[in-house]
Design a protein around this ligand. Structure first.
Ligand code: ZN
Length: 119
């Protein structure tokens, strides 16, 4: 069996150390506490597509803002699906989600660049 938090191999327990157990509980507690903020931050930006469709000249800017806010949300609140947590452990899933957040933000920079070049 592997530790549910850090995925380190531990023979029979769910966690390799007491510290991992505490971090694991805190992660899920925070996730519950921040669930609403997370949903707003991760899905709310999709609404930016609406003005993007109306003001087509600024479509790239609205899209950039959308992926920026989403990316920032993933970095500040690194919650992913329970499947991801199961596969990578809590620690790994946090790293994975933050990496996605960084990619989103870089994509935002690319969109801003495209706006400057194409518009
Ligand atoms: Zn551990």
């Amino acid at each position: 069996m592997a530790c549910s938090y850090c995925k380190k191999e531990c023979s029979w327990r769910e966690f390799c150390s007491h510290e991992c157990k505490i971090k694991y509980d805190k992660f899920h507690e925070d996730m519950k506490k921040n669930a609403r903020t997370y949903l707003i931050g991760a899905l709310g930006p999709v609404l930016l597509m609406i003005p993007g469709f109306i003001f087509l000249n600024y479509a790239f800017i609205f899209m950039a803002a959308m992926v920026f806010v989403m990316g920032a949300t993933f970095i500040v609140l690194p919650y992913s699906t329970s499947d991801t947590v199961k596969i990578y452990g809590v620690e790994g899933s946090i790293r994975f989600t933050r990496a996605c957040g960084i990619i989103f933000m870089l994509f935002g920079v690319l969109l801003l660049f495209m706006h400057t070049v194409l518009m």
